[in-house]
Design a protein around this ligand. Structure first.
Ligand code: UT7
Length: 323
């Protein structure tokens, strides 16, 4: 029997209409500047959710687009996995709400919480469900409204994050060709849980829950752990740097992305960058970048794409896929 694989058949994305530039932040009373933000992060602007945007509504919009791209309907979906650290409710899960909005009467859905690595964890889980035969297809979505967990007075985090959602639609194949998810690699180390965390829970009445980050320490871990993840992927598959066509990294900081790309010997034109326009959209950043580069024709069928991310937990990981 031929091995089953997960093909990436559809791509989608959603960004709220409202754009907030670095200058908007600097003139709104936050002690920062366009120059500082660009030089330290590569970020020029970010999209921020309006009152009508929720983790569910953005996930539905991105998910629908991914299904349309694949000429599929909600009836073709067996599993929905949403990666989010900013769900609208503790439960039902975002994924089950999405299932309801799509009008599905079968299948199953659940959320994955791995902060900025969430999409890699969700993709890996979906791939495992497909390979094991528990699902023949999966809608994998990252949807985040970090603007609702940012401290407006903390310039060291407030400028870094944006809102949005991205999605891919996976379908099982047994055709034995080389396309689809090749391998995924997950890691976490709870000893570093206090480097990047939210200091509260949903439903807490007496105070807001805000994101807290030791930026410099997270930066150090990101460069080291993402570089070793890249090596791990290549070694596991007997590949060389030059076999990778595209790096689609988590978009936290242009300096981190450049560091990993250098390690891969990939020139800048083979790296998909959205951090300048989207900022850090956490679990949504990789599927948003993938969606953009597939739709504008940069990433083509047959290209080998390496995705990697690190986030609160610490969690980190990588995925290799032939589109
Ligand atoms: O997606 C999850 C993973 N997250 C990441 O990968 C983020 C990793 N970390 C980073 O990207 C960087 O550490 C930051 C962009 C967060 C910060 O850059 P940095 O070069 O590490 O700066 P820093 O934290 O060392 O701060 C340098 C200075 C400080 O001032 P002093 O103490 O030197 O006087 C900060 O107070 O920059 C100051 N600063 C700012 N100045 C203007 C911090 N935030 C701002 C700001 N505007 N927004």
């Amino acid at each position: 029997m031929k091995a089953r694989r997960s093909l990436l058949k559809g791509f989608g994305g959603y960004l709220p209409d409202r754009i907030v530039t670095n200058d908007d932040l600097a003139t709104s009373g936050l002690e920062t500047s366009d120059e500082w933000i660009r030089a330290r992060t590569g970020i020029a602007q970010r999209h921020r959710a309006g009152p009508e945007d929720t983790a569910v509504s953005m996930a539905v919009a991105a998910g629908r687009q991914a299904l349309e791209y694949a000429n599929a309907t909600p009836d073709d979906v067996d599993a929905i996995i949403v990666a989010t650290s900013t769900p609208d409710q503790a439960f039902p899960s975002t994924a089950v709400r999405v299932q309801g909005e799509l009008g599905m009467t079968s299948g199953f859905g659940f959320d994955v919480a791995a902060a900025c690595s969430g999409f890699i964890f969700a993709l890996s889980t979906a791939d495992a469900l497909i390979r094991s035969g528990q699902a023949r297809s999966a809608l994998v979505i990252g949807s985040e409204v970090y603007s609702r967990i940012l401290d407006p007075e903390d310039r060291s985090t407030f400028v870094l994050f944006g809102d949005g959602a991205g999605a891919v639609f996976l379908q099982a194949t047994e055709d034995g060709g080389g396309q689809g998810i090749v391998s995924t690699h997950l890691h976490s180390d709870g000893r570093h849980g206090d480097l990047l965390y939210v200091d509260g829970a949903i439903g807490q009445k007496d105070k807001s829950a805000y994101l807290k980050m030791q930026g410099r320490d997270v930066f150090r871990h990101a460069v080291a752990k993402l570089s070793s993840s890249v090596d791990e992927v290549l070694e596991a598959n007997g590949l060389k740097y030059e076999d990778v066509a595209w790096l689609v990294p988590h978009q936290a900081n242009l300096r981190i992305i450049d560091g990993v790309a250098r390690k891969l010997h990939l020139p800048p034109e083979r790296v998909v960058i959205t951090v300048d326009r989207h900022a850090n959209t956490s679990a949504a950043s990789i599927p948003l970048a993938l969606n953009e580069a597939v739709r504008d024709g940069r990433i083509r069928s047959g290209d080998l794409v390496l995705m990697e991310a690190l986030g609160g937990g610490l969690t980190w990981g990588a995925a290799l896929a032939r589109i």
